[in-house]
Ligand binder design. Structure first.
Ligand code: BES
Ligand code: ZN
Length: 928
């Protein structure tokens, strides 16, 4: 399949090139390769003074090198007004060799702007193309767009402009060769009223007065290094900034609206530290003279790594000690670390085409966790994020509708869809796997080699495999007969991950291992699953608890045709000792043991000696047991008995793994008559840890281990959902104390880390006026993290009318919820068991409106779907949704992938209900 796709692409490319030189009706999705931009000179004048007329006009001069003779210039432009009479074309080698544009046409499918030239452009020549353009600053959060905030002192709205170009929106801001492999240096010059500040990728070179418009200036920035168009950024704003002070570091500034500047301290301290760490890790200095990070009030993604001018949502950059929780703070750290990792992986070395987007996003995700781990080792971010990614991918990639990490891309909508868990979390997981099987030294050496070799250029995954293989052989980290490509192709070109069946022979001390793809949909015959993965095998035994050794003791290989080769492991202990494969979950696979081995494991877990098993492997055992029970390969009774050991567990990761799984069961079973048993089981499970952590009492200042803060936050939340001990009372008393404050916007007695639980519980149990009180706090809050917590909690009400009102105001821009935040409100309502039915009704009745509301960022709309997939388990509801999807294709365009996953998840829930509902109910009934 892959080969076929590659061939098709290759031949189409050939076709594209030759077509470019003969015809203008060019319909291939990539730009022709006859021309190459050598340099851009971009001037943009921005008008922000009149809110009725927020617009820009500009001119771009592109130096174009001709690689093959051609009679047209084809580049990208979208939604721009271009006066074609003003386009000029000059041969730079001789001033008197005139050329011109004879006609133009637009291909709106691929956003091409095609200019026929008066004379043929000849290979070897260099032309200067000059094009004027103008447009409104749009409201769509991409291209060059407007944002605003309320200045509370003057009580007026202030406007600013900002760009978001990735993946394919530079073409909305200026005509350009908008593909990642067309790198060129940029000189940006911004024109604006002198009361504003202009920012771009590079530092200011000089500022001049604008001779034509009074009080306007021209701000020219230094020429950049060669870069891809999607990384260009500029902004005109009246923000305040905070310089960083780390010695010997790049000039580093953090920007925000003036009223939020005091929330920039944390980011301005953390940013330069992590930048320095990367300089050491990669052995390459940050190549630009400065870096700015800026918090934008209206922003669609979480953050964007523009080279030298990194943009963020406010919640992703700003931190307030008085309002942000530890989770919020760690999120800020992790996002900054991610975007700064891109300055190397993505900006310095860029993927050739979006097919290899994971080289950007998977790397940034993995390297960010190394960065945070290095700067705040006490957080154990590496373990936490690694497990979090694994848990996500175990679920997502067990769907038949998943896709390989590396995938063919032909349309802009497909590029956007690729920013998904597969590129980020699976990409990061397979990099971690390599790091663990190669060891630190050769992994780093391989990365350095790769970065150096492709600096200011583009690469594809095979280039990375090559650098890593060289390093691995040099450091003897891999047998000479192995190469990284054979191993890694099985992970990046193939969808899914394996389950390894371990059958031990206790007399002989051996185990036989086989593998097949793990799928949640049990209607698909096992034999049809196919697939083979190269698996580094590590294991620990009860006698030799060698969990720190993640180096492979053996490999599971595949034959030349990708067929499975079973593997026998020898030297295992006898029948009184367990074996655990995959130490620290270094590799993405599930394990099923024979019954005896499971029994031995459960014995160790439940007899109080569970700490002999590495904490990540405890999380693994929980996850595996519950998955196998879900798909019918394990008895639920055994799985739930295993889970019961948690009554003694005091660490965060195993609990996290358990809750992630139990949440799925909860979402179904709480809509059924047998919920009572599940509820009692949960109460029994949670009570000991709740009490151990001192309930909801404010013990945070005394907690030394940071993970215990996260544990307490998470357990508190579940305890109140399940009415454990005094949880609800304590939560409500905190809330009452807050309501009694004379100035609740200034003083909030609720412990920060418990606020999500306290608010949600109080709204769930509370009155209209409790809801109104919180909504007022939302409107008055100046802190994005606090606002998000409130939005999520407002969805916890059990009053149908309040939920209905909340739904409607969520999609009413006048009400003050920004579009970028609307999905949090919607999700909160839709995950509430009462709100679910309202939200479903609302979504199905208003899908056209919702589609337009989010247009063109369909990715945001796709975030409304998980509550439906996770709570639908009746065949009839599943069929309804299927019909709804078919009838509304037009309003779900660009969400195809998300819809496929939604439907498949619903189907697996239907299967679960049919197969497991009774069995689970019966087995927990005996345990409570
Ligand atoms: N390059 C992305 C931003 C992006 C996402 C652009 C989607 C276009 C489409 C950026 O580096 C990123 O990954 N941002 C994440 C946050 C990150 C910490 C995981 C995001 O926006 O969710
Ligand atoms: Zn990223």
């Amino acid at each position: 399949m892959k080969l076929l796709a590659t061939l098709l692409v290759a031949s189409a490319m050939l076709l594209g090139v030759s077509m470019a030189s003969i015809s203008s009706s060019y319909s291939y999705y990539r730009l022709p390769t006859a021309l190459r931009p050598k340099k851009y000179d971009l001037r943009v004048l921005t008008h922000l003074e009149n809110p009725e007329e927020l617009r820009f006009e500009g001119n771009v001069k592109i130096l174009i090198e001709v690689l093959e003779n051609t009679k047209n210039i084809t580049l990208h432009a979208k939604n721009l007004t271009i006066d074609e009479a003003l386009i000029t074309l000059k041969d730079t080698s001789s001033a008197d060799k005139k050329n011109c544009i004879s006609s133009t046409e637009v291909n709106s499918q691929h956003d091409f702007y095609v200019m026929q030239t008066c004379n043929e452009l000849l290979a070897g020549e260099v032309y200067e193309l000059s094009m004027p353009f103008s447009a409104d600053l749009n409201r769509q959060l991409e291209g060059y767009y407007r944002s605003s905030y309320l200045d509370p002192v003057a009580n007026v709205t202030r406007w600013l402009s900002i760009t978001q170009f990735e993946p394919a929106s530079a073409r909305l801001a200026f005509p350009c060769f908008d593909e990642p492999n067309f790198k060129a240096p940029f000189v940006v010059t911004l024109g604006y009223h002198k009361k504003y500040t202009g920012l771009s990728n590079m530092p200011v070179k000089e500022i001049k007065n604008n001779d034509q418009i009074a009080d306007y200036i021209w701000c020219e920035f230094l020429e950049s290094v060669p870069m891809s168009t999607y990384l260009i950024a500029y902004s005109v704003n009246d923000f305040a900034h905070k310089p960083s002070t780390l010695p010997n570091s790049t000039l580093f500034r953090t920007w925000a609206r003036p009223n939020a500047i005091d929330q920039c301290d944390y980011a301005s301290g953390f940013g330069p530290k992590v930048l320095q760490y990367y300089e050491d890790l990669f052995g390459i200095k940050f190549p630009l003279p400065k870096i700015d990070q800026i918090a934008i009030p209206d922003f669609s993604a979480g953050a964007m790594e523009n080279w030298g001018l990194v943009t963020y949502r406010e919640i992703a950059l700003l931190y307030s000690a008085a309002h942000s929780s530890l989770v919020d703070k760690q999120r800020v750290a992790s996002i900054i670390a991610h975007e700064l990792a891109h300055q190397w992986f993505g900006n310095l070395v860029t993927m050739k085409w979006w097919t290899d987007l994971w080289l950007n996003e998977g790397f940034a995700t993995y390297v960010a966790s190394l960065g945070v781990e290095n700067i705040n080792p006490e957080w154990h971010a590496l373990e936490q994020e690694s497990l979090g990614n694994l848990l996500t991918i175990f679920r997502r990639d067990a769907l038949e509708s998943s896709h390989p990490i590396s995938r063919p891309i032909e349309m802009v909508s497909e590029i956007s869809e690729s920013f998904d868990q597969i590129s980020y979390q699976k990409g990061s997981t397979v990099l971690r796997m390599m790091h663990m099987f190669l060891g630190d030294e050769s992994f780093r050496a391989g990365l350095q080699k790769y970065l150096l070799k492709y600096s200011y250029g583009n690469a594809e995954q095979d280039n990375l495999w090559e650098s890593l293989t060289e390093a691995a052989h040099k450091y003897r980290a891999l047998p000479k007969s192995y190469d990284i490509k054979s191993i890694m192709d099985s992970w990046t070109l193939q969808t899914g991950y394996p389950i390894i069946n371990v059958t031990r022979n206790y007399e002989q001390g051996t185990a036989k291992l086989t593998q097949e793809r793990y799928l949640l949909n049990t209607q698909i015959a096992r034999a049809a699953r196919g697939g083979c993965w190269w698996v580094p095998l590590s294991y620990a035994t009860q006698g030799e608890q060698d969990f720190n050794n993640t180096a492979p003791k053996a490999w599971m290989e595949c034959d030349k045709n990708g067929g499975v080769l079973p593997k026998t492991i020898t030297d295992l202990p006898g029948n009184d000792q367990w074996v655990i494969f995959n130490t620290q979950l270094s590799t993405l696979y599930k394990v099923n043991y024979d019954e005896r081995n499971w029994k031995l494991l459960i014995e160790t877990l439940t007899n109080g000696e569970f700490e002999r098993i590495h904490v990540i492997n405890r999380a693994q055992l929980i996850d595996d047991a519950l998955y196998l029970a879900w798909t019918g390969e394990q008895d639920y009774e055994i799985a739930m008995r295993l889970v019961e050991y948690l009554q003694r567990e005091r660490e965060y990761l195993p609990w996290k793994s358990a809750f992630e799984n139990l949440k799925r069961i909860k979402n179904i079973i709480r809509q059924t008559p047998n919920y009572e048993f599940f509820k009692r089981y949960m109460q029994k499970l949670i009570a000991p840890i709740y009490l151990h952590l001192n309930g909801l009492n404010d013990t945070f200042s005394g907690i030394e281990q940071q993970e215990q803060v996260l544990l307490k936050t998470m357990v508190g939340n579940w305890a109140c959902q399940y009415q454990v001990e005094d949880c609800i009372e304590v939560a409500q008393s905190y809330y009452r104390a807050w309501r009694a404050e004379p100035k609740p916007d200034e003083k909030n007695p609720v412990p920060i880390n418990l606020r999500p639980t306290v608010y949600c519980t109080s709204i769930r149990q509370g009155s209209d006026s409790d809801w109104q009180f919180l909504w007022t706090r939302y409107k008055n809050s100046n802190v994005a993290a606090e606002k998000r917590t409130i939005l999520t909690s407002l969805g916890c009400s059990r009053e149908v009318w309040l939920l209905q009102r909340y739904l409607e105001l969520t999609f009413d821009p006048k009400e003050g919820i920004r579009r970028q935040d609307s999905m949090w409100a919607f999700q909160a309502i839709a995950y509430n068991e009462i709100g679910f039915h309202l939200a479903r009704e609302y979504f199905m009745n208003n899908v056209d409106f919702i589609y337009k509301f989010y247009h063109p960022i369909t990715k945001d709309m796709s975030r409304l779907l998980p509550p439906f997939s996770e709570q639908t388990f009746l065949e009839s509801d599943f069929e309804d949704f299927k019909n709804f999807v078919t009838a509304n294709r037009g309003s779900l365009k660009g969400l195809e992938q998300a819809i496929q996953q939604t439907l498949e998840t619903m189907l697996t829930n239907v299967q679960w209900k049919q197969r497991n509902y009774r069995q689970l109910s019966r087995s927990i009934e005996t345990m409570i």
